[in-house]
Design a protein around this ligand. Structure first.
Ligand code: NAD
Length: 358
C-alpha cells in the first residue's frame, strides 16, 4: 500500500527527531512492502520566518489531502515576543481545528529498562503501568465564551469562562475510549467532577449510556481530584482514562511525568476520519536544538501510533515498539535517559539502532 504523509518538522529539535522517524518509516516500508510518500510543509516558528504567519492555507490543504500528519514540535524563544494571535503554538490549534481532530490520545507506560527513572517508589509501581489518556480536545471551558463583567456581589471586575459539553461531543470521545479499551485491557475510567459541575453530570450520564454498547468493557467513574491522587498512589489500576479537555490537559501531563522520561512519549490527535496528527508530547527543546543529542524515541513511537490508528497496520506498529524496547533493553540510551556511567548515543545513532532492531 501507498500512504501520503504530510511532515511538519517544525522548530528546535523538530528537524532532527523527525528525520529519524521518517527513516524508520522507510525501513518499515521496505520490510513490510509499503510506500510512505512524505511531503514536507512549514508550520510554527519556521512558517512565521518564511510567511509571516504560523500556519498557511497551503499547509492546511496539504495536511488535509494527506493520509496523516507527522509533526516534530513548534516554538522557541526566537518567537516568544510575537503577538499572541500569531505565536507558533497557534499552528497546532489551527491544524487540530482544520483537520477536525477531537481526541488526543496519550499513552503513558513505564519501560522496565527505564524503571529507575520513574519518580514513584518501586513498591508502589509494582509490575509497572500502561495507561492511555483519551482527552476530548475541542470542547469544554477552553472553547466557551471568555469575558469580563462586574461582580454582582460588589467585588469588582471578574473573569468568566463558560464550560460547555454537548451529548454529541461526549458520545464521540466515549466511543473512541471504549474502542481503544477493547483492544487493550478492556477497562475505561471516566473522569469528571459530577459532584459539582453540570457539564460533568451530562458527561457521566452520557458515558454510562454509551458503555451499554460495549458490554465487554468495564467502566468506572472517578472524580478528577481523586484521579489525580490515584495516578500517583496506584497507577497500575488504570487502563484507558477518558476525560474532558481541561481535566485531560492536567491528567495527561501528570501521567507522562510518572513515567520519568518525557522524551519517550508519543501522542495522537484523531477525528472522525482515519487521518490523524502524530507528534511527541515534548516541545522543541531549544536548549539542545542542533546539538544532535535529542531523543528521537517519542517521535518514532508516534509513527507506530500512526500505523496502528490511521493505517490499521498493527503488525508494523508492533514491530516499531518491539524494536524500541529491544534497543532500550540492550542498554542503548540518549543523554536524557542515560546514567552517568552509560555510553550515550546521538539522535542519529539511536535512530539507526532502532532501525537495526526492526
Ligand atoms: P520542552 O519539552 O521543549 O523541553 C523541556 C525539557 O525537556 C528541556 O530540558 C529539553 O531539553 C528536554 N527535552 C524535551 N524533549 C526532549 C527530547 N526529545 N530529548 C531530550 N531532551 C528533551 O518544553 P519547554 O522547554 O517548556 O518548551 C520549549 C518550546 O517548545 C516552547 O516554545 C514551547 O512553547 C514549545 N512546545 C511545543 C510543543 C509542541 O510543539 N507540541 C509542546 C510543548 C512545548
Amino acid at each position: 500500500m501507498k500512504y501520503q504523509i504530510a511532515v511538519i518538522k517544525g522548530d528546535g529539535i523538530g528537524p532532527e527527531i523527525v528525520t529519524e522517524a521518517m527513516l524508520t518509516l522507510e525501513k518499515v516500508g521496505q520490510k513490510f512492502g509499503h510506500t510512505f510518500d512524505f511531503q514536507e510543509v512549514l508550520a510554527g516558528g519556521c512558517s512565521i520566518d518564511a510567511n509571516g504567519i504560523p500556519l498557511t492555507q497551503e499547509t492546511i490543504d496539504i495536511c488535509k489531502a494527506a493520509d496523516s500528519v507527522l509533526l516534530g514540535a513548534v516554538g522557541g524563544p526566537k518567537w516568544d515576543s510575537v503577538e499572541s494571535a500569531k505565536r507558533p503554538e497557534k499552528a497546532l490549534l489551527g491544524l487540530r481545528e482544520s483537520l477536525g481532530l477531537f481526541a488526543n490520545i496519550r499513552p503513558a507506560m513505564m519501560y522496565k529498562a527505564l524503571a529507575d527513572a520513574c519518580p514513584i517508589k518501586p513498591e508502589i509501581i509494582g509490575e509497572g503501568f500502561d495507561i492511555v489518556v483519551c482527552r476530548e480536545l475541542t470542547g469544554d471551558v477552553y472553547f466557551g465564551n471568555h469575558y469580563r463583567k462586574e461582580s454582582d456581589r460588589g467585588w469588582g471586575e471578574m473573569g468568566c469562562d463558560d464550560m460547555n459539553y454537548s451529548i454529541y461531543e461526549v458520545e464521540r470521545i466515549a466511543r473512541r475510549a471504549f474502542e481503544m479499551a477493547r483492544v487493550r485491557s478492556k477497562k475505561v475510567t471516566s473522569v469528571d467532577k459530577s459532584n459539582v459541575l453540570e457539564t460533568s453530570r451530562l458527561w457521566r450520564e452520557t458515558v454510562t449510556r454509551v458503555a451499554k454498547e460495549y458490554p465487554d468493557v468495564e467502566l468506572d467513574h472517578m472524580y478528577v481530584d481523586n484521579a489525580a491522587m490515584q495516578l500517583v498512589r496506584n497507577p497500575g489500576q488504570f487502563d484507558v482514562i477518558v476525560t474532558g479537555n481541561l481535566f485531560g490537559d492536567i491528567l495527561s501531563d501528570e501521567a507522562s511525568m510518572i513515567t520519568g522520561s518525557i522524551g519517550m512519549l508519543p501522542s495522537a490527535s484523531i477525528g472522525e476520519t482515519g487521518r490523524g496528527m502524530y507528534e511527541p508530547i515534548h516541545g522543541s527543546a531549544p536548549d539542545i536544538a542542533g546539538k544532535g543529542i535529542a531523543n528521537p524515541i517519542a517521535t518514532i513511537l508516534s509513527c507506530a501510533m500512526m500505523l496502528r490508528y490511521s493505517f490499521g497496520l498493527a503488525a508494523e506498529a508492533d514491530a516499531i515498539e518491539a524494536a524500541v524496547e529491544k534497543t532500550l533493553n540492550s542498554g542503548h540510551r540518549t543523554a536524557d535517559i542515560a546514567h552517568a556511567d552509560e555510553t550515550v548515543l546521538s539522535t542519529c545513532e539511536m535512530g539507526a539502532k532502532i532501525r537495526d532492531n526492526l
